[in-house]
Design a protein around this ligand. Structure first.
Ligand SMILES: Cc1ncc(COP(=O)(O)O)c(C=O)c1O
Length: 372
């Protein structure tokens, strides 16, 4: 019996990287300074450079990064933020937590990212921001959304949690909106060994407020001008992220290679791929998603062949019990509902070996006839 193909497998990280991580951990432990120090500053600088922005503010996780971004823009009770129903619930939760009302536009069925035309129909007098997600690693329609936001005086806030290194034409994602939120949860394309996140922005004042909000709203030691939170990034995670950042481009290259094999070699009438991006640099393939009307059955068949799959996401945010007040696009969200009914994800982590990629492809192509 051959081993199952896991969705992620961090034990396979290269030995050279593991040694560098151990050395970084020792450096931090021996430094005697463990929260918001030199390692955080160094990672913030490196990450800002990578994202083509002037500032990066390290925070505790991606959820906080979104909340801090929205709050730094002054968004709160009485305001509305337009977003996508097909995302990790954290995107919506951040809007809820800052006291604003989430408004859900529909997605473009070919990419599963926000449909700009649907966003336009959601704009009302209380709308303050649009929060697109670069879902599965693919840059959302930033040109269209940027223009829409400019013409309506709205803030564009990017959720980049799944899109480290993706570009929109000549600009990295995370450098287009007023600010952008990043997650470095271990499974992300750039991950820590635990929770971590960051906010990027070109705006020095916004960065200053975000730095204050992440640290109890302090303006100076023991002076609290804002009701902030504790969302500090620790030195250990920052040092480990700095080491891993050096590998990100190679991992992205490998993800693109695997996605290319899946795209060109999976041919089964029951499996429909997402649209291919015109510009390969716009997609970093955090996830490889297919759609099928027979999802449960397909997943069970693949599991029998030792191929792990997951669903991103089985429910749109509109169907989560935690959701309180919200609005939905006047035309509804039919594409989002259909996507959540039919999507599933194949393993695409950068440590998959060629024979495993082939096994995934064969398992997909050799699916037996579906039950009637
Ligand atoms: C699109 C998106 N936004 C936000 C988050 C939240 O990030 P974190 O888990 O670091 O809070 C995630 C992580 O799952 C995500 O995928």
């Amino acid at each position: 019996m051959t081993a199952s193909i896991a969705f992620n497998d961090f034990r396979r990280e290269p030995e050279a990287l593991q040694l560098a991580l151990l050395a970084a951990a020792e450096r931090v432990i021996r430094s005697g300074w463990w929260v918001l120090g030199r390692e955080v500053q160094a990672f913030e600088q490196a990450w800002a450079l990578h994202c083509g922005t002037a500032h990066a503010v390290g925070v505790a996780n991606g959820l906080d990064a979104i909340e801090i971004g929205l709050r730094a823009l002054g968004i709160g009770p009485g305001d509305e933020v337009i977003t996508t129903p097909v995302t990790a619930y954290a995107t919506t939760l951040a809007i809820q937590r800052c006291g604003a009302l989430p408004v859900f536009a529909d997605i473009d069925p070919s990419t599963a990212c926000l449909a700009t035309e649907s966003v336009a129909t959601c704009i009302g007098p209380a709308t303050r921001a649009v929060l697109p997600v670069h879902l599965y690693g693919r840059a959302a329609d930033l040109d269209g959304l940027e223009e829409l936001c400019r013409s309506h005086g709205l803030h564009l806030v990017e959720d980049c949690a799944q899109a480290h290194g993706a570009r929109h034409l000549d600009r990295p994602v995370g450098s287009v909106g007023r600010c952008a939120a990043w997650s470095f949860y271990p499974t992300k394309n750039l991950g820590a060994i635990g929770d971590a996140g960051a906010l990027t922005t070109a705006d020095a004042e916004l960065a200053r407020v975000a730095r204050s909000l992440r640290n109890y709203g302090q303006s100076d030691r023991y002076h609290h001008d804002l009701a902030g939170m504790n969302s500090r990034l620790d030195e250990l995670q920052a040092a480990l992220l700095s080491e891993r950042l050096g590998w990100l481009d190679a991992w992205t290259h490998r993800r693109r290679e695997i996605a290319g094999h899946y795209r060109s070699r999976i041919h089964h009438p029951l499996l429909t791929p997402m649209a291919e991006p015109q510009d390969p640099s716009s997609h970093v393939h955090h996830l490889y998603v297919l759609r099928t009307p027979q999802r449960e059955w397909v997943q069970a068949q693949l599991a029998e062949q030792g191929v792990s799959t997951l669903i991103h996401y089985p429910l749109p945010c509109t169907r989560q019990k935690a959701l309180a007040g919200h609005r939905i696009a006047p035309g509804g969200i039919p594409h989002a509902l259909e996507h959540c009914r039919t999507c599933f994800s194949l393993p695409i982590h950068p440590f998959l070996q060629d024979d495993e990629v082939k096994r995934v492809i064969d398992a997909c192509n050799e699916l037996p006839d579906a039950p009637a």
